[in-house]
Write a new protein. Structure first.
Length: 353
């Protein structure tokens, strides 16, 4: 009995002491699309905030291995990631990251890199540039062969056949990455952040670790088929916003099979139920917001389960429910969890990328 109690206390200690955050960027520039961009001056301000406030920036692999092995990691641990391998990562972001001595990861689409290799000018890094950065210690990871959303199964194609074809492309991309950069981590960032439970099962079958784009801190309870990353580009690039994200704690939540679904027809989803696996916050201080709908009414069904009945229909597009609650044991820190939905248009077709 004593051994069981000690084991439980050990797990609880590890859960509470493991609080990592992964930041997601695309462009570091003054001229690229605002929705995927942070200015060089603001990016440097992010890095300086990390340095000045005792955050430990580590390679992405440190966080992943801690989850896999269920080992506690130093609090205030951060990983920096970039999607799409744009040239300004080398020309603008790298000098700043080198200045602070921070490691980072680039998620690459090999098919896109190869398609632009022969052009005089390219918005994407070349294989030679990626190899040089890899040799300097930059982590290179998989963003899919092209930048296709795995969730958007083409008309007339079964999901099984679609994922079978995508398996070939994912493994092809991983092979090319290894040949061109010398790295094969089997880390995969979902293009557009779109995924479903079937895709998560497919990721596991292919022995990959996958990263999403919804918000949330990372802990030993994080699912390695949908590890959250905080988008840190505009309009979420303000230091006040960054501070809240960096100080967040992982909220352990489980979902039923139905609530774990992510792809819905318009007006199909009316409610969601969450089971929380921590009591380190007051129920009255839990707040949940849904994009396009605002703050939601929370109904507690028991000490660990709450539901939300949506005020209105979920809007078409990528929708997030962000839930936060102040920690009892760590004043000033907030648990943070995000649930995504991908809501189709009324005619059943996908919304514009």
């Amino acid at each position: 009995m004593i051994a069981r109690v000690l084991a439980l206390l050990c797990i609880l200690f590890q859960t509470s002491s493991f609080a990592a955050v992964i930041l997601q960027y695309h462009h570091v520039s003054e001229t690229t699309p605002a929705s995927t961009t942070i200015s060089p001056s603001q990016f440097e301000a992010h890095l300086k905030y990390l340095q000045d406030n005792d955050f430990t920036v580590v390679p992405l692999s440190i966080i992943v291995e801690a989850i896999k092995t269920q080992q506690a990691i130093k609090d205030k641990t951060v990983a920096i990631t970039f999607d799409d391998a744009y040239t300004d990562i080398l020309t603008t972001a790298k000098p700043l990251l080198d200045k602070f001595g921070f490691p980072y990861t680039i998620f690459v689409n090999p098919g896109i890199i190869e398609r632009y290799e022969s052009r005089e000018t390219s918005p994407y890094l070349s294989w030679a540039q990626l190899k040089s950065m890899s040799d300097e210690g930059v982590m290179m990871a998989n963003h899919g062969f092209e930048h296709d959303s795995l969730a958007r199964v083409p008309a007339g194609v079964s999901e099984e056949d679609w994922l079978l074809e995508q398996s070939k492309l994912l493994l092809q991309a991983e092979k090319i990455l290894e040949e061109k950069t010398g790295q094969s981590w089997r880390y995969f960032a979902y293009p557009y952040g779109e995924y479903s439970p079937a895709i998560q099962a497919w990721v596991k079958q292919n022995d990959f670790v996958a990263f999403s784009q919804q918000s949330g801190a990372v802990g030993i309870v994080s699912d390695v088929t949908s590890i959250p990353r905080f988008p840190a580009s505009q309009p979420y690039d303000k230091i006040s916003s960054l501070r809240d994200k960096l100080n967040s704690l992982p909220m352990a939540i489980t979902l039923s099979e139905q609530d774990a679904q992510t792809i819905f027809q318009h007006q199909e989803s009316k409610q969601v139920t969450f089971k929380v696996e921590t009591d380190d916050f007051y129920q009255s201080q839990l707040n949940c917001y849904i994009s396009g709908l605002g703050k939601q009414k929370i109904d507690w069904l028991d000490d660990n389960t709450f539901s939300i009945t949506f005020k209105k229909d979920l809007p078409v597009g990528r929708v997030r429910c962000n839930c936060t609650a102040a920690s009892k044991s760590k004043p000033g820190r907030y648990y943070w969890y995000s649930k995504p939905w991908f809501v189709l248009k009324p005619d059943g077709t996908w919304f514009h990328l």
